[in-house]
Design a protein around this ligand. Sequence first.
Ligand code: FES
Length: 115
Amino acid sequence: MPTITFTNEKKEIQVPAGANLRKEAIRAGVQLYPGVHQVVNCHGFGQCGSCRVLVTKGMENCSKRGLMESARMAVSLAYIGNESQMRLACQTKVNGDITVTTKPPLNLFGENFFS
Ligand code: FES
């Protein structure tokens, strides 16, 4: 069974292979949504972008980005500079061990943002 490690929450959970990251996080009591998005979000349809996380280890163990996720990320400022790590939890299936950082901050002054 794959293990998901949530670094901010210091929590590890085991999930069945192919499990949806958003659903497993919610089941484990991990808050994915920042601020008002705890109430106002698309409930897993890949439209709001508020469930974004950074997969800091094990990206190869996640499902590939689909069309919906790629389209949503293409219009997200938070995606800039985080292309290799950022995923929408609701669109990600977990097939092996991963490490996840929830609620990544928007890095307006990072080296990649204005370059
Ligand atoms: S819950 Fe809205 S994009 Fe994932």
